[in-house]
Design a protein around this ligand. Structure first.
Ligand code: SF4
Length: 443
């Protein structure tokens, strides 16, 4: 196990932050406990589960082992009535001499698949972490196969390997691989900058945001990823992009390399986050905040009323985040500021200070932030704190439940529609329900 590398060496005895305050300390000045040790997270293959539903003409071919096939199949479920849009090409034990065969086999699998499925317009070859797969050069395979199948099918590759990625980073790697394919925006006929929302959102949430932007006079807002891979949004120096998810560092960098500029904003969770996010996006393309206030008034009121009903179940309850989805900081901000929960520790796999700057500024002073993981040490801190609810991965949830703690699976926060006004109460309910269940069991 790797040693702990603490930036702040004080023991983690900071009291749970009181609700209702925000920090005036610059985000960069916040002490963060950095840990490097054994970690308990899913790998980036998990992203296929929501990405294959979002991009309706794409296919995800995992190049991996039986373990990878098992993970994707059991997490995504078996589609009985529809043609599946993911599969695993299983690469068994091979030495280097067998690599030529592996490449031939991959070409055969891809050819068979694309001949049988003319509906596929983009094929992602998704790398994994078995050593036989690491030896394969999937970017060369994608280039080789592209020469054969372009223009009818675009073939890209990215890695979902558990060595390199946590589970939400699979989406980041996938979207980053798409960015070089985005067409260049023609700027001459575009007096205003274009707005691009980045991050896979359920269609229902995307439609809600599109309606709100249209009500602000912005009908041309585009989304990455699009529902069809043949309708990629154009980008260029006029493009301002607004991140809907906090785990898209590589995608953001790739967009900036194409000349687009990121709009700094909190993330659209809860009423406060959604309003600030919409206002930042609108301001970036010259729309006044009062226009946003008018366009969002009824949605805000509905969401506030729905949250007020759930708040009594959460107010004052203590919360501990293990690092998993990279949504931890925005969610902690929402649960603390809009529902009055007390934050014991907010752990996140990676703390992107620039992308999270607006979020960190809204967290209460004294909250314990941790980055990375040394799972045994973190478990010790959690057991000592005995929080009312623990947000963690599936592997930790069951043992903690056995110890009498109430848990919330982090993965559910990514699978459920949780962004925006109309989902704010559903997001709060995801935390209120396990507490309610525990109470009923104890009664
Ligand atoms: S990519 Fe690695 S961590 Fe993920 S399922 Fe395959 S073997 Fe396991």
């Amino acid at each position: 196990m790797s040693p702990v590398i603490p930036i702040q060496s004080s023991p983690l005895t900071a009291p749970a932050a009181a609700a209702g305050h925000c920090s005036t300390a610059p985000a960069a000045a916040r002490p963060v406990l950095r840990e490097r040790g054994q970690r308990e997270v899913f790998c980036g293959l998990t992203g296929i589960i929501w990405l294959h539903r979002k991009i309706q003409d794409a296919f995800f071919l995992v190049v991996g082992s039986r373990t990878c096939a098992h993970l994707v199949q059991s997490a995504a479920g078996v589609m009985i009535f529809a043609e599946p849009r993911f599969a695993t090409a299983i690469i068994d034990d091979r030495d280097l001499a067998g690599l030529a065969d592996a490449n031939d086999e991959l070409d055969r699998v891809v050819t068979r698949l694309l001949e049988r499925r003319p509906d596929i317009k983009t094929l992602f070859l998704v790398g994994s972490c078995p050593s036989e797969v690491i030896k394969l050069d999937l970017s060369r395979a994608a280039q080789r196969l592209s020469q054969r199948f372009t223009p009818s099918v675009r073939i890209l590759n990215y890695s979902g390997s558990g060595i390199e990625t946590t589970f939400t980073q699979g989406e980041d790697a996938c979207l980053a691989s798409l960015v070089p394919c985005l067409p260049a925006a023609a700027s001459a006929d575009q007096p205003n900058a274009d707005l691009l929302v980045v991050g896979a959102l359920p269609d229902i949430v995307e439609d809600q945001f599109a309606r709100l932007f249209a009500a602000m006079g912005l009908p041309r807002v585009q989304f990455l990823p699009p529902r069809r891979s043949t309708e990629l949004p154009p980008i260029g120096p006029h493009t301002r992009f607004l991140m809907a998810q906090p785990f898209l560092a590589d995608t953001a960098r790739a967009l900036e390399d194409r000349g687009a500029r990121r709009v700094a904003a909190p993330f659209p969770f809860g009423v406060e986050g959604t309003t600030a996010w919409l206002k930042a996006g609108a301001a970036a393309v010259g729309v006044d905040a009062t226009v946003v206030d008018e366009a969002t008034a009824s949605a805000r009121q509905r969401a506030q009323a729905a949250l007020a009903k759930i708040k009594p179940a959460l107010q004052g309850r203590t919360l501990f985040f293990f690092p998993d989805s990279q949504l931890e900081v925005p969610l902690a901000r929402f649960l603390h500021r809009e529902l009055g929960m007390a934050l014991v520790e907010v752990g996140t796999p990676y703390l992107h200070r620039q992308h999270l700057e607006e979020e960190l500024a809204l967290l209460p002073p004294g909250v314990q932030l941790s980055e990375g993981q040394d799972v045994e040490r973190q478990l010790d801190r959690c057991r000592a704190a005995r929080p009312d609810i623990v947000v963690c991965g599936l592997g930790l949830a069951n043992p903690l439940e056995m110890e009498g703690m109430t848990t919330k699976w982090a993965i559910e926060l990514v699978f459920s529609p949780v962004h925006g006004y109309d989902q704010a109460a559903d997001l709060a309910q995801l935390f209120a329900r396990p507490l309610d269940r525990r109470q009923r069991l104890a009664a």
